[in-house]
Every structure is written in structure tokens, then in C-alpha cells.
Design a protein. Sequence first.
Length: 352
Amino acid sequence: MIRYIPFLKSKQNELKAMSELAPEVKKAICPCFDFPRKKEYSPKLLASTTDRIAEGIKRNWGTAAEFYFDDRDLTQQLKVNGEDQYAYMLRAMKGMPVIPVVALGRTIHNAVVAQLQRDGEIGSATVAFRIDPEDFEDFDTVSEQIEYDLKASFDLFDEIDLIFDCRVCTGLSVSNAGQQIARFTKKFCAAYNVRRVIVTGSSIPPSSREVLDTNSHCSLPRRELAIISKARSLSEVYLVAGDYATVSPFYSDAELDPRIMQKVMTARLTYTYKGFHYFIRGSSVGTDGYEQYFGLANILCGQSFFRGPTYSLGDEYLHQKSRRLGNNCAPGTVIKPSVVAHITYMVIEANV
């Protein structure tokens, strides 16, 4: 049974994290891979990035288990080799059990899904409908738009996975959001054939500077869990928990000169425990170097909530760094172990 949906950015370290999950953890999840956000893509860059992502999913997740794939973070609508970008992406994953995603207000994107399904290019009998907070406030208000935008897609699939995406949800009322999700779920499931209902979100802002100062640490409450709990208490349908792991939904690679990047980028580690994300932040890697990660890991592993090196390969990595074993860390390389540790915790211990 799928019990948890991690929403990941399709960056190589997040894809590699999939290969380091224990078998029992992999069986309990169905990841959603979002095409990584970037200020601007050329058709050539989008194509090469897509091909690399498809190969990374195949190598690290495999071709047997389902996954979702979406390009919601792209503001451009490009043609790649004469076809729309989402068509190129889905075709790059042909033969893999990818579940396409549709949404309100994405006319070209939705038409691509419908056409590929008609042409037999999509192997899944399931389509995912992803909806944002401003649209799930009231089902009756958007029901006609759902029919207009999505009926052509819905009619071509046997069943729908409904995704409530709360994004960064620190500004949402737990009570209101929970009630809205429960009411919307009841009415949507009465109107359509729904296989799975997912609630996802995050409390992590795009920049760690919004959470804590340099050379400090703190714990941030996970508001998304409170929203999921509230919605579950009011819903007659089982709601599958999702989140954005340890990376913000609005994360984007900074497009700076590498020399400037080192001056502004700080060392940081993130770790998930009961109801919280723990952040520990060092100083500029350009000024104080990458060795400071060893000290950060030592402080993290000394916390009472650290689960120990045998819990997951991510926890083992952090424990090794706390003992100054192996190579120095870097901002990119710490993402994989933090995601592995987070997903393992969410499946085994978080009661989701």
C-alpha cells in the first residue's frame, strides 16, 4: 500500500536518493518528480535536461513502480523538436510507469496529455489532478472550470489521483485548509472515479536565511502535517500524506558566477524529526570552506532526536561526517542523504 508521496525536484542528487532507500521504504511510496525550476530554458537545454532526468529515474527508481511527473514549475511553454515540452518529457519516459499530471489553467499542457493518451503513448490508466489552495477553497466554484479544462483528459483515463498541493503552507490556516480539503474531496469523489487522494505541502521557505541566521540552528514546525491531520479527521476518504522532503517547493538554482556563489552560499544541514524540521547553518563556504560541514554534522548527530547511523543510509552518512570520515560535504552532496533520511523517517516512524 502506498502510504507517502515525496515531491522531488528531479535534480540528480534527489534522483540518486531513490536508489539508497531500503526496499520496504520504496514499496510504500510513489514519488512525484517535478521538472527543476530555472529562470530560462532553451529548447536544447530543456531536451538535454529531460533526457538526463529520464535516465536518472530509470537508473535510480527503476521501471517497475509508478511515479508522477510534472512540469508545473516551468513558466515557459517551449517547443522541443517540434512538439510541446510536456509531450517531449512524457515521450522520453515511454515504457516507464509514469502517471501524467493535469491542472486548471494549463490548456496546452492538458491537451498534450489527452492527445498522447488517445495515441496510445501513455501506459498509465491513471491521471493525476493537481490543485492549489486558491482553487480548492470551494468545489462548487470551480466545478464548471474542472469540466471545461479537464473533461477531455479525465474521460480518457480509468481513474484519477487527486493532489491537494498546499505549496509553502506556513500562511495557511490549519483549520480552514483542513476543512476545505475534506469538503472538496467529498464532492470531487462523488463526481469522478478517484483512486487516491493526496495532500502535500511544505513549511520550508526558498532560502534558509528566512529561517535562521548564520552559525545557528533551530527547529521549524511542519505546518503541512497539521493540515493533513486536520483534513483526515474530517474526511471519509483516506488521505495519503505528501511533502517536499527537505527542499522548498520554490527552490531554484541560483544563476550566479561561481566565484560570487561561493561568497553568498552558506553550509547548511536539514534533518526531520517528530513534527519538525531541524536546520543548522554555518557560514559562507567561500570564507570558511567546506570543512565546516563536519562540525555541523557533529552538532546535528549530538541532538537527542538523531536516530543513529543504522536507521538509513542518509543517517549513516551524517554520522560518518560527524566523525570527519570521508570527503568534505558540499551544498549539493548533502541533499541526497537528507532526502534519504527524511523519506525513511516519513515511511517508518511518522505515522503518515
